[in-house]
Design a protein around this ligand. Structure first.
Ligand code: HEC
Length: 437
């Protein structure tokens, strides 16, 4: 009620200067809808955001902080800076930012509740349809996220753990949507999900005394996240109609979880739900084409660009991209060069990389790339003190290596001719092997 009184007092005051200014935005009329759609998914009572942003009090008590993080582009977390349109983009429009700013300037007035309540839709991507077959996999035993981060066997990549969730499917599955479900959203950043039918992930995990393993979720040439990466705090990834990722017969799901110590222990007892495309529906398999840099070596105070390219052996539709790089990476850029080497096009730029927010970016519209198109990826690494995310200050010499790339982008591609799917997978594996030398 105090908020309402303030608003009433403020309006006549503002009009005293004789200018015919519009009344300031209010919580109920202008701000609540913005916060609900842009922040509500994460800043609710069980989401990954550190506090709820649901009520007038939640938001008005932090109005200046909120204005700051929005103005600086820190919230909502969204890595792409420019490039192709990505679906589910989390970004405030210039008009929304201006409204928020005007509201804070005016002292964050509450206004009066609107007559009709919000429709309750949360702005998330709707599942493509409701006749998909669901499959579930769960962690074999719970694991406690430690209250504080520890120095693991290799400093730069601590606070990550890999789990195996048996699926036991008796046939290959064509999966269109993947949902990572947890009750510990607050403690989780990105989760990378892949499938393993070789038993290697299980052996790796069982070797560790605790549930899960401190090793990364890369198994052979199969990178962590080859089905997709979701986050922060779990969530759902939906590939467009007509495309799926394949989970081979008798697979385990492998989840590489990046956690964020919260000063108190959280229990992970998580599950993954998969939705299968019905057998009668035509759908093309997505292959993760791995464009990678195997080793990241950096001297103290070195800033360096790492580059990698691949030339497409066949025409494909590019449906999604999943970048990976560690905290010393500042930015990354992806470009494509036409087969005749005349036209370069920007695909994606991330000017401020943050591995906490890495996720599979699904293109709003898949794009067709001709055979012979070159994909160029460049990552800028910064091992100076100026890099605010450098995990070791003063900087140390860095030497990181991973079979499927210390830095990579998985380009989720479907050959235009579906009979070429295995050839594309073999090509990707061969390219990965070639880059290991
Ligand atoms: C995709 C999930 C997500 C969305 C959407 C989101 N946040 Fe956040 N927010 C987080 C997480 C996670 C953190 C914790 C800090 C971190 O991990 O970077 C956070 C932290 C914050 C903080 C504290 C920042 C700090 O430095 O401590 C503020 C303020 C905030 N969010 C405001 C907002 C506002 C305002 C919106 C909407 C315009 C929003 N957030 C949308 C996930 C989200």
């Amino acid at each position: 009620m105090i908020g309402t009184l303030c608003t009433l007092a403020l309006v006549p005051f503002m009009q005293q200067d004789g200018l015919d200014r519009p009344p300031p935005p209010t919580w109920h009329a202008d701000i609540a809808p913005i916060i609900q759609t842009q922040c509500g998914d994460c800043h609710d009572s069980d989401g990954p955001g550190p506090f709820p942003l649901e009520t007038f009090e939640d938001v008005s008590s932090r109005s200046r902080f909120i204005e700051h993080v929005v103005r600086e582009g820190l919230m909502p977390p969204w890595l792409p800076t420019s490039g192709v349109h990505i679906s589910g983009e989390r970004r405030l429009t210039a008009a929304e930012k201006a409204t928020l700013e005007a509201w804070v300037q005016a002292g964050a007035p509450e206004g009066t509740p609107l007559e009709d309540a919000m429709d309750g839709s949360d702005g998330r991507v709707a599942p493509p349809n409701n006749v998909l077959v669901r499959h579930e996999a769960r962690m074999r035993s719970p694991w406690e996220v430690p209250a504080e981060g520890g120095v693991r066997w290799f400093k730069a990549e601590r606070d990550k753990r890999t789990f195996v969730m048996p699926l036991g499917n008796d046939r290959p599955l064509r999966i269109q949507s993947i949902e990572y479900r947890t009750r510990a959203s607050l403690a989780l950043a990105a989760t990378a999900i892949s499938a393993d039918n070789t038993g290697q992930a299980r052996r790796m995990v069982d070797w560790d005394a605790e549930p899960g393993s401190y090793m990364m979720g890369d198994i052979g040439f199969n990178p962590a996240g080859s089905l997709g990466v979701v986050g922060p705090g779990g969530g759902r990834l939906v590939y467009p109609d007509g495309f799926h990722v394949e989970v081979p017969e008798r697979s385990d799901l492998v989840s590489e979880v990046h956690f964020r110590p919260q000063g108190r222990a959280w229990t992970l007892s998580d599950a993954i739900s998969l939705e299968e495309t019905p057998a009668e529906r035509p759908s093309r398999q997505l292959v993760p084409l791995n464009v990678m840099v195997r080793k990241i070596d950096l001297d103290i105070d070195e800033v360096r660009d790492f580059k990698s390219s691949i030339v497409l052996p066949m025409a494909v539709d590019l449906v999604a991209m999943t970048p990976r790089a560690s905290r010393r990476c500042r930015s990354l850029a992806i470009k494509i060069m036409s087969p005749d080497a005349t036209t370069a096009t920007e695909l994606l730029t991330i000017a401020d990389w943050n591995p906490h927010y890495r996720e599979t970016l699904v293109l709003e519209d898949p794009i067709r790339l001709a055979a012979g198109t070159r994909i160029d990826v460049s990552w800028t690494y910064d091992n100076t003190t100026e890099n605010p995310r450098n995990p070791v200050i003063p900087p140390e010499v860095v030497s990181l290596g991973a079979r499927v790339g210390s830095a990579h982008v998985l380009f989720m591609c479907a050959p235009v001719d579906p009979s070429e799917t295995n050839r594309l997978q073999a090509f990707s594996d061969a390219e990965t092997r070639r880059r290991q030398r």
